[in-house]
Design a protein around this ligand. Sequence first.
Ligand code: KG4
Ligand code: ZN
Length: 333
Amino acid sequence: MTKIISFESSADETSVAIVEDGHIILSNAVATQINSHQRFGGIVPEVASRHHIEWITRVLDDALQTADVKPTELDAVAVTYGPGLVGSLLVGLMGAKTFALAHNLPIIPVNHLAGHIAAANFNQPIIYPALALMVSGGHTELVLMHEENSFAVLGETRDDAAGESFDKVGRLLKLPYPAGKTIDEMAHRGQATIKFPTAMAHEDNYDFSFSGLKSAVINYVHHAEQKGEIINHDDLATSFQNAVVDALIGRTRRALKDFPVKSFILAGGVAANTQLRQELATLLETIPETQFIPVPHQYTGDNAAMIGAAGYWHYKQKKFAGLDLNTDPGLDF
Ligand code: KG4
Ligand code: ZN
């Protein structure tokens, strides 16, 4: 049994978890700062760093107590070193290094994006080769995995990330940040009355683009306002979400056809979207040789448990870092 303690602080969640063998969550303490950033309509980096400093030791205590695990029972310390906000990442990294030094444990550097994907292991074991759709506030990536901890990017967004487009449309509609969950709920109530374009639908690649859709929504709203028309926001949400999901499904369908895989993983904050989950489940029903493994709903957003899951991949490969490990805010796959 390998017990890994993990630290995640790349954006606005301070989180520490203890995960056994990469998939058994003994604890996952998360402190969210959303309320502090909401009035600014996005994350304020300086405010985020201060909150992380305030919370990190309390979250650490909580994770150890909930798991009822002593530091001497731990095997390694995993930590997100990128991508993310540098000031935020630094707090988690310092916490992890200090803990590792104090308890003489090896440090495992984890890529936040790999963490999102590894959280699929909380659903069921991933069988390889696997294809992952990683959709978050900052990233939209289709990734091919031939084995654990190996990532070949097939396609990614050329401009806005999928989650970012939800948040930008939310801002336009004056919804609280982040707007994904609210738009998801509104979309259930609305009708698809507006036809927005699905970007790059006919292009011969696996890339995404969401800024054109965002502009189309902004233009639609401004145009209606100029004419004094009242817009049904629920209908707008349904129409917008349909266009995002269509784009994601279209590219996924193409990739699944070109790369027959044993598992298909849906990960990242936008993986919480009910329509996306449902439509992907329907698509995967037509491909019986591929298992659909969405990250369980409660682990789609940022959390340290997912860092512990990815950390276990590194642990098995003995990929450790020294105390000189630094943050890499622009890290990619
Ligand atoms: O992975 P995550 O928690 O943080 C990043 O690493 O970016 O993703 C946050 C993103 C936000 O853009 C948020 O609006 C979006 O995930 N999101 C959703 C839903 N829940 C969260 N987007 C669509 N539908 C949802 N239900
Ligand atoms: Zn994330």
